[in-house]
Design a protein around this ligand. Structure first.
Ligand code: BGC
Length: 801
């Protein structure tokens, strides 16, 4: 793409700016394809694709004030360019009602949307008033209307159950109602970062309804492609949409400032609906239409064989039964084994999927999906199977289903597990310290499943003893030695020898980032630096690694590509496309000076109101984990580092730095940690970011069980762990005399980002000296500090080799 192409968008950059906004055309092209493929067509009475040359009247200010991205660190990219839907439709040759378009352009120019301070982002933009006469006039000239409704999403701000957020405003409702009445067909575009209430779709006569997630710089063009039929809207929902907010299982326990009991336990999203209330679903998980129709026939189930972690092979024959070419997603679900009595399970769990190639009308393809048996296992956190703290496959006959979405499946056969198998024995970790009622399957007199309740098992492990028993061994100090870091990078000296010569102060310094964001050590606008951030470390040749946000593109002072948001990417269900796109994004990182991308965001969509859902992929951990792995593999193929975040259970923005996510060990393993586990196994991210919130009483950035017991010891993660930006200071609950960063390093959280040594819980002002003091006075061992410092050095070696 050249600067002159940039000027085709509504952002017209000049001179140096335009040069600086150059985007690799291959990346722009993939963004456009991914945004279209992630656009979810929810209903279509035939109004789409738009008939060529037919006049169309476009209503709603969001056609001009398009939401290309959300707000906050996952959004504030200095985008190379963006386009609006109106411009994109015009550029695509759609015969839009020009008088109406001119009125919207004029009004939007006179009434620019508010920009909003951090955390006070506008949730919607006030609609342009429009008279009945103007609507009537437009309806004389066109049979089809498009109405565009938009919602922002953003960090540090929740969506709320109010008009203009989860609900339509009066003005939007009136617009939809009047346009729906006046036109023969109405296409409603919902351009939103979060799922909003769609219960009005029938009542207001939305003949076609399409969800356009913030698709980045190419998002509006991609939507124009999908509306005109140049490509099909290929998205499938990554989270179920209920008829009403109150239907969501997390609704009663969401948004509290002090703590939230995750009482729905593993019954998150579709796992709840398909088990207890399929009728509450307006649009099921995995659902999405294209412009053709499909027949998916199960074509065999074999295995488990010995390869790929004992995998089942699920085959399906896919036929394009419609009149246009297209591709679809074949989804594989497991149901609970018949008659099982031990662990209660959701009626459906996604265990595999694949996107078919593009198929011509009438064409048939056979696909094979590999499903490791591990995906059928559950985590027993209360010993009901006789194997506490283990992933188990209970004996029984497991139905395997294939289909288009979670509610449209056919049996592919069953898998027999002759006797209970322990898939992996773990240890008790991260269990709640106080119990609460968690959801299980109970049955009424007719055997119909209904929610029942059981006390979540509480922690019994002696965490203090566990930490003391597992202290890392120490590298004996060799003061005075001067091995330069370049020697280590070149492979002429070992990391241990380098580490041995560092003083406790230098080791401690390696566990802090540079003091501020926008570190002078890196490209302007970076999110902070780590590694060689002090003169003493730099004198040893240790370079700095530069971090930048984030999931939607490089957040730097310079212009950068603005990518489709996480939900848009995941809605493609196309991990190959995601990986290809991420690899090109990795090249942009190299070109613009970013070593570590603070992405992907991979928290679970637990509740539709969470302000950052747009950055995240799905309510399902498998889809989340595989999408994240694709991003990580793509980025890291270019020699840079990805940093999946926020580990873990960061499922709301309200009081995100203090609220406690109280979750059973089972729901943690099966839902909230599982995506991270898959990502670690499949893609070995070089860095992981902890979350701000507490998990079962302890902040993630001080959480030994989270980071050391589960992530490192159980999953074998060898990379670096950093905090989210600044952390809460607190005394150590287990070790008197330790606090703040000493507790952090003891937990295995290597680097406090971006530094912030100015405040501590023990000193009002001054440095966070807790590591050096903790080492000299309160038992923090040299080995623990060295372990964190070593991981920083290992990352730097990997980045510079
Ligand atoms: C966010 C992170 C982000 C960091 C740096 C925090 O507020 O939670 O996701 O990477 O800021 O901008």
């Amino acid at each position: 793409m050249t600067p002159s192409d940039v000027a085709q968008g509504s952002v017209q950059l000049q001179g140096e700016d335009a040069k600086d906004a150059w985007v690799d055309p291959r990346l722009a092209d993939l963004c456009r394809r991914a945004a279209a493929r992630g656009t979810v067509l929810l209903r279509n009475d035939g109004a789409l694709p738009l008939a060529s040359q037919a006049p169309v009247a476009v209503f709603g200010r969001v056609q001009v004030d398009w939401f290309a991205v959300g707000y906050g660190s996952g959004g504030d990219v200095n985008a190379a360019y963006t386009t609006t839907l109106l411009d994109s439709l015009v550029a695509a040759g759609v015969a839009v009602d020009e008088e109406l378009a001119a009125e919207y352009r004029r009004w939007c120019a006179d009434n620019p949307p508010p920009s909003g301070e951090w955390g006070q982002w506008p949730r919607f933009f006030e609609e342009m008033p429009i008279s009945d006469e103007a609507i009537e006039r437009a309806a004389q000239a066109a049979r089809t209307a498009i109405v565009v409704v938009g919602r922002a999403a953003g960090e540090d701000r929740e969506n709320v159950l109010e008009p203009g957020s989860f609900y339509l405003t009066g003005a939007e409702e009136s617009l939809l109602e009047r346009v729906g009445r006046a036109f023969e067909s109405m296409v409603v575009v919902v351009n939103t970062g979060n799922v909003m209430d769609l219960s009005w779709a029938d009542r207001l006569g939305a003949g076609a309804l399409i969800l356009a997630w913030p698709g980045g710089m190419e998002g509006a063009r991609a939507l124009a492609d999908a509306l005109t039929g140049a490509v099909e809207p290929g998205g499938r929902l990554t989270s179920a949409i209920a008829h009403e907010y109150q239907d969501y299982p997390s609704a009663p326990d969401f948004g509290a400032e002090d703590y939230n009991n995750y009482s729905e336990d593993v019954f998150v999203g579709y796992r709840f609906f398909e088990t207890f209330a399929p009728g509450d679903v307006q649009f099921p998980f995995g659902f999405g239409l294209g412009y053709t129709t499909w027949r998916i026939d199960p074509a065999g189930l074999s295995g488990p064989d010995d390869s790929d972690g004992r995998a089942l092979r699920v085959r399906a024959a896919v036929t394009n039964t419609g009149e246009r070419s297209g591709s679809t997603v074949v989804q594989v679900y497991a149901a609970p084994p018949a008659g099982q009595t031990g662990m209660t399970r959701p009626e459906r769990s996604l265990v595999g999927f694949t996107r078919t190639p593009e198929l011509e009308p009438g064409a048939r393809a056979e696909v094979e999906i590999s499903v490791p048996m591990r995906r059928l296992a559950v985590f027993d956190d209360h010993g009901v199977t006789g194997h506490p703290d283990a992933w188990v496959l209970e004996a029984g006959s497991y139905p395997i289903l294939v289909g288009d979405d979670v509610q449209s499946t056919r049996s592919a056969g069953t898998v027999e597990v002759a006797e209970l198998e322990v898939v992996r024995q773990c240890e008790e970790a991260l269990a709640p310290s106080e119990t609460f009622n968690r959801m299980v399957v109970s049955r009424d007199a007719d055997g119909v499943p209904m929610p029942g309740w059981q006390e979540a098992p509480t922690a019994t492990a002696d965490l203090r003893a566990r930490i003391e028993e597992r202290l890392p061994t120490e590298v004996p100090p060799v003061p005075g030695s001067r091995i330069g870091f370049a020697e280590v990078v070149a492979g002429r000296a070992g990391i241990e020898d380098f580490l041995a010569q560092l003083s406790i102060e230098e080791l401690a310094d390696l566990t802090f980032g540079d003091i501020t964001m926008d570190s002078p050590l890196g490209a302007p606008g970076n999110a902070g630096a780590l590694g060689g951030v002090t003169p003493s470390l730099r004198s040893r040749g240790i370079p700095a690694a530069i971090t930048t946000d984030g999931p939607s593109g490089l957040r730097l002072a310079t212009h950068a590509a603005l990518l489709p948001c996480g939900t848009a990417l995941a809605s493609t269900w196309d991990t190959a496309l995601i990986e290809e796109l991420a690899a090109l994004h990795g090249q942009e990182m190299v070109a613009k000076g970013s070593d570590i991308l603070l992405a992907p965001g991979m928290n679970i969509h637990r509740n539709p109101l969470c302000g950052r859902n747009f950055e995240y992929f799905s309510e399902d951990p498998l889809l989340t984990g595989l999408c994240a792995a694709a991003v990580v593999r793509g980025l890291q193929s270019q020699g840079v580092a990805a940093c999946p975040k926020h580990f873990a259970a960061n499922n709301q923005e309200t009081a995100r730095t203090v609220s406690d996510s109280r979750v059973s060990a089972r729901a943690l393993r099966e839902i909230y940690l599982r995506g991270f586990e898959i990502c670690v196994e499949e893609a070995a991210p070089r860095v992981i970011m902890t979350s701000y919130n507490k998990i079962n009483g302890q902040w993630a950035h001080y959480n030994y069980d989270l980071v050391s017991t589960i992530l490192r010891r159980e999953w074998g993660y060898a990379g670096l762990v950093i905090t989210d930006w600044w952390m809460r200071y607190a005394p150590d609950p287990l070790f008197p005399g330790l606090a703040d960063s000493a507790t952090r390093v003891r937990a295995g959280v290597d680097v406090l980002m971006p530094g912030g040594r100015a405040h501590t819980s023990t000193h009002e002002e001054g440095h966070d000296d807790s590591i050096v003091e903790g080492h000299r006075e309160a038992g923090l061992t040299l080995g623990e500090v060295q372990a964190s410092a070593r991981r920083v050095l290992e990352l730097l070696v990997a980045l510079h080799r």
